[in-house]
Write a new protein. Structure first.
Length: 87
């Protein structure tokens, strides 16, 4: 793996981790979800276990999320959710 690949991977993970922290915060404050339920929800969504989520939540944020990008992601997720049948 080249240094550029490592840098790109680190940036992707930093953005993912920031997104996970923000979603966790919204789930537990605005949605009044328990921490355990939020860990399970995020784990299923991102494909990681609750231990990894806890580790991410303890890290300091290395990047800032763009409100414009988060809005676009929300719109896309809403479109997808209306197409996928409930399991």
């Amino acid at each position: 793996m080249t240094q550029t690949d490592k840098d790109d991977r680190a940036k992707r993970l930093a953005h993912r981790n920031t997104l996970i922290r923000e979603i966790f915060h919204q789930l537990t404050t605005a949605e009044k979800m328990t921490y355990t339920d939020a860990y399970i929800f995020l784990g299923r969504f991102f494909g990681i276990n609750d231990r990894q989520i806890r580790k991410i939540l303890l890290q300091k944020s290395k990047v800032a999320l763009s409100a414009d990008n988060v809005t676009k992601l929300s719109v896309i997720l809403q479109r997808i959710s209306t197409k996928i049948p409930e399991v």
